[in-house]
Design a protein around this ligand. Sequence first.
Ligand SMILES: [Zn+2]
Length: 168
Amino acid sequence: MKPYLFCPVCGEKLDRAIIDGRGRNVCLACSWVHYINPLPVAIAVAVNRNDELLLVRRAHAPAFNEWSLPGGFVETGETAEEGCLRELMEETSLEGTIDSLIGIYHREVEPYGSLLVLAYRVVVADDAIAVNHELFEAGFYPEHLIPEVRIPLHWEIIRDAALYDLVQ
Ligand SMILES: [Zn+2]
């Protein structure tokens, strides 16, 4: 993540200072401090009635053309659960319901910086998929047919979801 050079409040050049034990960019003119916090991401481990897992093939960076779980950034004003279901709906037109929290994860990903990732098990009743521009394809897969998921975090989440007897 690129650091700010100028204060977004008053436009003065930022200085560097130790605040609350960390080096941070600070505006000496108006006292604005650039606290950098992780961005929240919600990811769906979505299954249909046959316990088949929804995987999507990404049509954008990062991880272009890789198989992954659907998900995205939580927006201001929505809960992580709402963000999870909204992203699922936007990407695949699938309506899901939250079943349980699988886990909370931390990753450093350029260009975003720290990510706080919340992964939910989601149940989908009607599994008719229509993908949007963010994806090449999406489908529900039984254990013996799942495509190779090479994004380490997504594989970790699938394993933690304990849908399948996965080893890696
Ligand atoms: Zn300022």
